[in-house]
Design a protein around this ligand. Structure first.
Ligand code: SF4
Ligand code: SF4
Length: 95
């Protein structure tokens, strides 16, 4: 019997974004995530699947442990992002 796991496409949450072109499929992010947000893919070198996006704690452990720069990045909700304002020009930045 085959079983399938697909990401929840109806969820608006995208807590982490994986660039499949950069990801080497090492699954270090999968293993370190304390809420098991992602699951590995059987195909060697393939990026993991984000199965439970709503469960993310935005701790950043997955980004910290990733060996490939730019393969995974945090995408916190707008309300959790820090906003900076340049004193001289009044220019705003979000990170
Ligand atoms: S930020 Fe933390 S909780 Fe969210 S996917 Fe990464 S390791 Fe898991
Ligand atoms: S740790 Fe980085 S390179 Fe490894 S599977 Fe996760 S996103 Fe891909």
């Amino acid at each position: 019997m085959k079983s399938f796991a697909l990401p929840n496409n109806t969820s608006p949450a995208s807590p982490v974004i994986i660039d499949a072109d950069i990801c080497n499929g090492c699954n270090k992010c999968v293993n370190i995530c304390q809420v098991d947000l992602m699951i590995p893919v059987r195909k060697k070198g393939a990026a993991p699947i984000i199965l439970y996006p709503e469960e993310c704690w935005y701790c950043g452990c997955c980004v910290e442990i990733c060996p490939e720069t730019g393969a995974i990045k945090l995408n916190p909700p707008l309300i959790q992002r820090v906003r900076w304002k340049r004193k001289k020009t009044g220019e705003h930045f979000r990170v």
